[in-house]
Design a protein around this ligand. Sequence first.
Ligand SMILES: *C/C=C(C)/C=C/C=C(C)/C=C/C1=C(C)CCCC1(C)C
Length: 241
Amino acid sequence: MSPFFLEAVAADNYVAFTFFIGTMAMMAASVFFFLELSNTDKAWRTSVLVSGLITFIAAVHYYYMRGYNLETGDSPTFFRYVDWLLTVPLMCVEFYLITKKSGGTTGLLWKLIFASVVMLVTGYFGETIYRDQSVLWGVISGAAYFYIVYLVWFGEVSKLATAASPAVAKANKTLGWFVLVGWAIYPLGYIVGTPGGLFGVTADALGIGGLNMDIIYNIGDAVNKIGFGLVIYLLSRSESK
Ligand SMILES: *C/C=C(C)/C=C/C=C(C)/C=C/C1=C(C)CCCC1(C)C
């Protein structure tokens, strides 16, 4: 056994442990989604394929981030954001695919993707280059985030999902909860990860002392990437004969 492995499963190295578990969970989810493609209705195959791509891209990044974190002890911020920049737009593609039949346009898709890129790029600025202005960048990122929440809950996505079918409407509601609650885990990580905490809010003040930014992001990714994919998978089942 390599020392990497031993270190990764050491009971007191929670950060490394969550990277390790994250890699495994994302890999398992990808295998599941890909193998299920052959018993998925043609109309839903692209959606389930995208679910698998999201977890597969994350699995590769997690494998890499785990090694980076073990070797340097630092947060793999760059690779974290590369992962998100690939996977979050793919989640936008899922919204486009489920609303396409009832009139979802590529215009809507680009709106979602644009908002998600603004959200992530400004978050990256706040975490790296403009560390001392993390409040400003966090607020801009948050505005883009709430625009996505708006589109999914009340805007075009919601209207088109309601028009599509009861099953699509229900799945969109569930995905909406992921976006509203599941995605809110990330700003929490950002706040905790900002030196001294943002607005003076630290992990201890939040009652989650001991959790650091990477653990919070890793929990968020597991919940959101695998959960999101499963909602799409279940929708594909309920809409298939
Ligand atoms: C699979 C990865 C996902 C779903 C990543 C989502 C990331 C976010 C929703 C990040 C949001 C942020 C804010 C709303 C403000 C602070 C900066 C961010 C980028 C952490």
